[in-house]
Write a protein that binds this ligand. Structure first.
Ligand code: HEC
Length: 102
């Protein structure tokens, strides 16, 4: 009985975190409209670096370097400063879920 119950709870927790991840990704996709005029979703770009397929933590750290001004590209600094932590997380999960160009 106990194990059935804890199995059910574990299953529910997994479902919830799956739904949360999907929601983050959807929000990130929505926000990405602000990025894709420069960063293409297929990872191609003329002098613009690819940001697809990155590890989400690395993506967030990189965005924070622009936010703090440690990386100085003016377009990126102003884009990064317009985003809060939740939005950075959503973008990191959306772009991270896309396949890297090979
Ligand atoms: C006006 C064009 C433009 C827009 C819009 C833009 N970027 Fe960028 N982005 C750049 C350029 C140019 C660089 C390279 C800057 C540098 O070398 O420091 C860059 C760099 C980056 C990097 C670091 C890439 C690397 O290889 O280190 C990330 C991450 C990034 N952008 C994310 C975003 C996100 C997320 C958005 C939307 C919220 C966005 N950018 C919107 C032009 C843009």
């Amino acid at each position: 009985m106990n194990s059935i119950l804890s199995g059910a709870i574990a299953g529910l927790a997994m479902m919830l975190s799956g739904a949360e991840a999907d929601e983050l990704k959807d929000y990130g996709e929505y926000l990405s409209g602000e990025c894709t005029s420069c960063h293409k979703l297929d990872g191609s770009g003329d002098g613009i670096p690819s940001i697809v397929g990155w590890e989400p933590d690395l993506f967030i750290v990189t965005m924070k370097l622009f936010k703090s001004g440690e990386r100085e590209n003016p377009a990126m600094v102003s884009v990064a400063r317009s985003l809060d932590d939740e939005q950075l997380k959503a973008l990191a999960h959306f772009f991270g879920s896309l396949p890297e160009k090979d």
